[in-house]
Design a protein. Structure first.
Length: 348
């Protein structure tokens, strides 16, 4: 029997709804909020107001695009956290009401688990290849940077993470220092395309083990630019492409060197003689420099890599729907008492 599941994502500044039939994607609608651009970052109160305005049309469109009736839905899955509490409350309240109104199960989804599970979203012909368990995922988003040992659709263990800023924050904060718009990641990515990545060697921290640190890089960008602006007030304008390319190279370099370590560590832990499959997920997995570096590792070092399609890299509800589907199969439902959480729950 086929099951239709509605997924709802409202953890930050994108209101999204998606419908899947089992693990096959039928629709994935995203309303982004431009209102934050002029503030150089997400303003939580404005985000929750925009979610309130967007959520009904977005869900309505997702159901219509999937070409189903809402009474055909088997369950509703929603992002419970982590994220902005006011934003999460909009999606959570809507999902609860929807589940109550249609008398269908309610499924809570962890946003970070969902980023990883985006690799299991199937296309209509179910021809896309998915990672094999256990595999290693580097989750790189605006709020998190983690190595996760993924043992099954529901069992995930964090084996390394950032001690301060997330990789996405390193992009966003560096962009802000250069006066570039929010979110800075895609802007830096674009400007880096025609820049020299070796022009400015920014600090790369030496943190032991599988943890990361990005705050030193941000400080080194800040002081370097401040000093150069004293000599040339147009330093940023004159060098923006090289600055972006060099910052991106530093972030990607940090991620890739740790990824080699993490892959070796997972191989040792699992006691196998081949490297695990290696996946990336989260907004920064959209970065063209990171994607290229992984493709090089595949070609030169034989890594079996999984890079999500762009639509599933940044926040989207398709990943929430597919994560919900795996919980649906286990009968893992929640009651109307469920409340969102702003901060990460520890490993599950
Ligand atoms: O996963 P996501 O959409 O939201 C969170 O869960 O945080 O990630 C957003 C982050 C932002 O920091 C944004 O600048 C970054 O992903 N990002 C990128 C790119 N696209 C989005 N960073 C670098 N290059 C990109 N192309
Ligand atoms: Zn995210």
């Amino acid at each position: 029997m086929q099951h239709y599941i509605l997924g709802i994502e409202s953890s930050c500044d994108d209101t999204s709804a998606a419908v899947i039939r089992d693990d096959v994607i039928l629709s994935n609608v995203i309303a982004s909020q431009d209102v934050h651009k002029i503030y150089g970052g997400v303003v939580p109160e404005l985000a929750s107001r925009a979610h309130q305005q967007n959520i009904i049309p977005v869900i309505d469109t997702a159901i219509r695009k999937a070409n189903i009736e809402k009474k055909e839905l088997s369950a509703v899955a929603f992002t419970r956290g982590p994220g902005l509490l006011g934003s999460l409350l909009v999606g959570t309240s809507f999902a609860k009401a929807f589940s109550l109104g249609l008398n269908i199960p309610l499924i809570e989804v962890d946003h970070l688990h969902a980023h990883i599970l985006c690799h299991f979203i199937r296309n209509e012909t179910r021809t896309n290849v998915v990672p094999s368990f256990p595999f290693l995922c580097l989750t790189v988003s605006g709020g998190h940077t983690q190595f996760v040992l993924v043992r099954s659709h529901t069992q995930m263990e964090i084996i390394g993470e950032t001690l301060d800023d997330a990789a996405g924050e390193a992009f966003d904060k560096s962009a802000k220092i250069m006066g570039l718009p929010y979110p800075g990641g895609p802007v830096i990515d674009k400007l880096a395309q025609s820049g020299d990545p070796d022009r400015f060697p920014f600090a790369r921290p030496s943190i032991p083990g599988l943890d990361f640190s990005f705050s030193g890089l941000k400080t080194s960008v800040l002081y370097f630019i401040r000093d150069e602006l004293r000599k040339d007030p147009y330093f940023i304008e004159h060098n923006v492409n090289d600055l972006c390319a060099s910052i991106q190279a530093a972030i990607v370099g940090i991620l890739m060197s740790k990824l080699s370590l993490a892959a070796a560590e997972v191989k040792q832990r699992l006691g196998t003689d081949r490297l695990p499959d290696i996946a990336i997920a989260g907004g920064v997995s959209a970065n063209s420099g990171l994607r290229k570096a992984l493709e090089e590792a595949r070609d030169r070092r034989g890594w079996n890599i999984f890079i999500p399609p762009l639509a599933y890299s940044t926040d989207n509800a398709a990943m929430i729907a597919v994560a919900g589907y795996f919980k649906f199969l286990k009968g893992d439902f929640v009651s109307q008492e469920v409340a969102p959480y702003a901060r990460s729950l520890r490993d599950t």
